[in-house]
Design a protein around this ligand. Structure first.
Ligand code: ADP
Ligand code: GLC
Length: 472
């Protein structure tokens, strides 16, 4: 039995802004069968505290970065949780990362330093007798734990990079407040261009690094994708692994999804498509109904979709988008609904995301970079053909409908490169051609529905990694 403490800033179903939460929420159950006992350490945001049933206080702090705090042990959402209750850090309304002005909370360095500090304390002293063998942190919010751990008697450490775009930077004047060793404020330590980087702290010192696809692992070592940390990634390439995300089959399963009209075979899909069109006020159409469920940010390449959209509409296709994020993208998509074949829902809506996955003919993911990506995996599972950029996890999970793959009957979707509006136009044209050939289209859908997208393989890969790092 290996004991692992997973350390993260979000975790489905309790608190979620993106795929990180899905992965952190699904991993403990997925990995239990591999002899791994995983508990999850989370900040006590209001949504997390409200979800806790009976909780037991297992540790107390008089001063955790500016106020008192306790650590609670509880079960919620099927998870075995340790939660940091610290009103001064986490109990505030609104987004978990951003203040009402849309900017990072000014005390984000302290908020997630606290998460890392408590993780390090549990990693060395245990939680009420439970001592983890491995600390497994996720993204920059857990990076500083590698600095807080003592040099001697450290547990084994793993850091997973879900997105290297976020570095967790703080001004050098915070070094003392954050309780960091000033002697390690160097290029070999946690210093990044004169600032403290929580992510770099983790990348430099974790025993093993992972990211969420093999292609992104390779991309991270290149300047175009490394976001300034490609040199660090090259230096640490020996400990870097790519382990693909899975999806939670108890939530994303078209045969038993309570949020749709469930279907075992493709015969059941048209009813969902008709219902989605009716719900979104879209007319009947000859071309494919393409869906997007996404954060609206530069990463996701949806500005390219706005440019390429006329190609889809000219071919009789339709677009339904669910997303929120950058105001300029929100406004541009709202404006695109001037065309009756475009429907846009700005906001975050879990139930609608299921209806879109069930009702869509195709799912579009034109990301500039994508460490793994989950919505193309949902698409595969629901017989909704993915059209994706050839990057990161999108490259690793979709089999492009090339002439050779079509001839062999193995294709599952369409990939395009380079990630430009022109290449996307060509890909949308190809998608419409495929859709106009019902036999081929059905083959794509069926292949996708058979493609393994669960956690089995990746859960074993994480378990093997823990054994390796423990020298077992
Ligand atoms: P990222 O983590 O970069 O946002 P992923 O594809 O890994 O990208 O995960 C995004 C997750 O968030 C998916 O579960 C997706 O369904 C969900 N999601 C994104 N935007 C919305 C939205 N507006 N409404 C509902 N779910 C959303
Ligand atoms: C990040 C990435 C996304 C990945 C998710 C979960 O948010 O942007 O590609 O699927 O983390 O690992």
């Amino acid at each position: 039995m290996i004991r692992v403490l997973s350390v993260a800033s979000e975790c489905a179903p309790l608190v979620k802004t993106g795929g990180l939460a899905d992965v952190v929420g699904a991993l403990p159950a997925a990995i239990a069968a591999n002899g791994v006992e995983m508990r999850t350490l989370l900040p006590g945001y209001p949504a997390v505290l409200e979800a806790l049933g009976k909780a037991e206080t297992i540790a107390e702090y008089d001063d955790l970065f500016g106020g008192s705090a306790t650590v609670l042990a509880a079960k919620a959402g099927g998870l075995d949780l340790l939660v940091i209750k610290a009103a001064h850090l986490y109990e505030r309304p609104g987004s978990i990362y951003l203040g009402p002005d849309g900017k990072d909370w000014p005390d984000n360095p302290e908020r997630f330093a606290a998460l890392s500090k408590v993780a390090s304390d549990i990693g060395t002293a245990g939680a009420d007798g439970w001592v983890p063998d491995v600390l497994h942190g996720h993204d920059w919010q857990a990076g500083l734990m590698m600095e807080y751990l003592p040099d001697d008697g450290r547990p084994a450490t793993v850091l997973t990079i879900h997105n290297i775009a976020f570095h967790g930077l703080a001004g050098a004047e915070k070094i003392a407040d954050l309780g960091l060793d000033p002697l390690r404020f160097t290029p070999d330590g946690y210093e990044y261009w004169g600032k403290v980087s929580a992510l770099k702290a983790g990348l430099m010192r974790a025993d093993r690094l992972t990211t969420v696809s093999k292609t992104y692992a390779a991309e991270l070592m290149r300047p175009e994708f490394g976001m300034g940390l490609d040199g660090v990634m090259r230096a640490r390439r020996d400990v870097l692994r790519g382990i693909l995300n899975g999806i939670d089959d108890t939530i994303w399963n078209p045969e038993a999804d309570p949020l749709i009209t469930p279907y075992k075979t493709l015969k059941g899909k048209p009813a969902n498509t008709a219902a989605l069109r009716a719900e979104l006020g879209l007319p009947a159409a000859e071309g494919p109904l393409c869906v997007v469920v996404s954060r609206l940010t530069e990463q996701k390449g949806l500005d390219l979709l706005l440019q390429a959209l006329p190609t889809l509409l000219e071919r009789g296709g339709q677009l339904a988008l669910l997303g929120s994020g950058e105001p300029s993208l929100e406004a541009a998509f709202r404006a695109a609904t001037r065309d009756p074949n475009v429907a846009v829902h700005i906001g975050y809506d879990e139930a609608l995301s299921h209806r879109m996955m069930a009702g869509g003919d195709a799912i579009l993911v034109p990301s500039r970079f994508e460490p793994c990506g989950l919505t193309q995996l949902y698409g595969l599972r629901y017989g909704t053909v993915p059209l994706v950029a050839l990057t990161g996890g999108l490259a690793d999970t979709v089999i492009n409908a090339s002439p050779a793959a079509l001839a062999r009957g193995v294709a599952t979707g369409v990939q395009f490169a380079p990630v430009t509006a022109d290449a996307l136009r060509v890909a949308l044209d190809d998608l419409c051609d495929l859709h106009a050939d019902p036999a081929r289209w059905r083959q794509l859908q069926k292949n996708g529905m058979k493609h393994p997208v669960g956690w089995d393989q990746s859960a074993s890969a994480y378990a093997a990694l823990y054994s390796e790092v423990l020298g077992r």
